[in-house]
Design a protein around this ligand. Sequence first.
Ligand code: ZN
Ligand code: ZN
Length: 608
Amino acid sequence: MQKIKMEMQKTKAFFWIESLINQCLLIFGFFSLHVMIFMNLLFATPPFAENHADRLTDLYKKQVFFNTNGQPQISVAISEHQFKVQVKIDQAVRVYLGGSSHDHLTIQLPTEWTVQIDESIHRESAKVEHCIILEQFSSDDQNQIPIKKEQWTQKLAKPLSLIEAGAIVGLSGKMLDTKTYALCQCGIKNEEQLKKEIEILEAQFDQRFESLVELLEPPKGDFLAIEKNSGLSIHAKDLIWFSPIMTENQAEKPIIWLTSTNQSSTNQSSSNQSSSKQSSKSITRAYEGDIYLTIGSDGLMTAVNEIDAETLLKGVVPTEIYTHSPQEVLKAQAIVARGHLMSKAGMRHRADPFLFCAEVHCQAYTGIEKRTPQTDLAVELTQGQILFDEDQKLVDSVYSSTCGGHTEDYHLMWGGLPQKALMGKKDQISSLDQSKVDQGLIDGDLSSLFENQQSFCSEPKHTYRWQEKLKGALLSKKLKKHNIGQVYGIEVIKRGRSGRAIDIKYHGTKGQHIVRGSYQNRLLLGQLKSGLWQLSAQYGKTLKSYEPQAKGLDFEAKEPTNWIFDGAGYGHGVGMCQHGALQMSKQNYKADQILSHYYTGSKIIKIW
Ligand SMILES: [Zn+2]
Ligand SMILES: [Zn+2]
């Protein structure tokens, strides 16, 4: 109870308290008369009130706050690695200047700003440390933490940290528990060292380890903002926050336009600005809610959209599924996107001034651009609905494009304890009411799966079944740093319930190397659509099939011309299979039926 009370107090403090004192003339007396008429400049209590004297610190808090409507407020990075952006608003807006100052401007007319990093002021990237997650716990299993901590301390002979994320909040009489505890080995300075440390641990314990980044010191940097119509130029420390003012009888929500540089192809080399400029292209997108600009962990500008969860979902749903799909699958998609959002808030992007990115890593989001009346309606009809499992635990409702005929276990893909609602199963009518977990294809005989054409996701054909080739010499080259010579064997040593390859031992003429993780192996094998495939190899004109695999090794002792993967599905395969769900909705299944199929034993509960 104490915990819940504390959360609620913080929530209250977050609301924007409006007590405006008109002191503009004292501070901004140097403006021309033109500017004075154009703008109505005011001082105000900052948005986070007294308890939040430093807005910058708030941005790094890894928890969700709730607004006056009882809805979570979410921060999403809509543009990163920027040096300069433009912000345009067609109606009244407040512009808050600085992370710790209480200044703001109120602008009543359309306004357009160019904001850039102030290069005359020293700026710094964030100071971070990397942590390897040894084990993860929910509130239910937190009593195990002291024992596990003791065990791991003895095994590693190193000091360990316990990192907490999420919160326990009471909403509409329901408890939303997103608390996660990660037992970690921290203090790792850079990614190179992290890789080495993970390799050592994986070899020692014969399992895969994930990592996270912790913030030690936030980045520093100032901004120079110029208002286009008036020529007004202002300086802001750490942060500029644009918050449109909603008038009482306004039907449409205000929109902010953000123009930034699309760096999707060049963001790997963000430190090398001069070379990334040439291929960059400017992109303008529209957003509801607030936008703030601050320095990201890389020392460059990050633009963040702060918005209530329902409005965010209206932007997420149309980027994650075909917008012309039947209403029931759009509703299912809205519910799972909402659940995934609430499950992951706080655990991701721990060193960033936001909770989520707008990429597939979190959930794709492009502001209001792709919204349609149908997808908006799907979000509205399911407002506040998320999935809970048989034990009343929030389900991390992950989803992927196409399971290929069998979904995968959550814990086998990402570690942790098995989760009742997220065990892999066949994606077909015969498995609809099946609450028991089937043995699946963990033993590696995939032929029955590949012959099956009865799955909900058997359309479209190109994601259900596919073939990809990888040159033998290219795989050997990719593994060259491990000194195993020419690679002649790809042995799956751990499979998921669906038969997905998770851990693979690569056999070379000079030795062997193990790569753990389904995603890691997909990348290595030429960005395969999924980890579910049957292997064959081509030696000149001879073709040799290696399926069913895993029963002894009969690889030719030479590097093939090509490795050939006959694959099934697209994506990780855990949770809802989107193409399967789409077919289910076309066969008149309702959203709740679709969801109880993909998340076994789960129930939809409305929490706001
Ligand atoms: Zn992300
Ligand atoms: Zn499927």
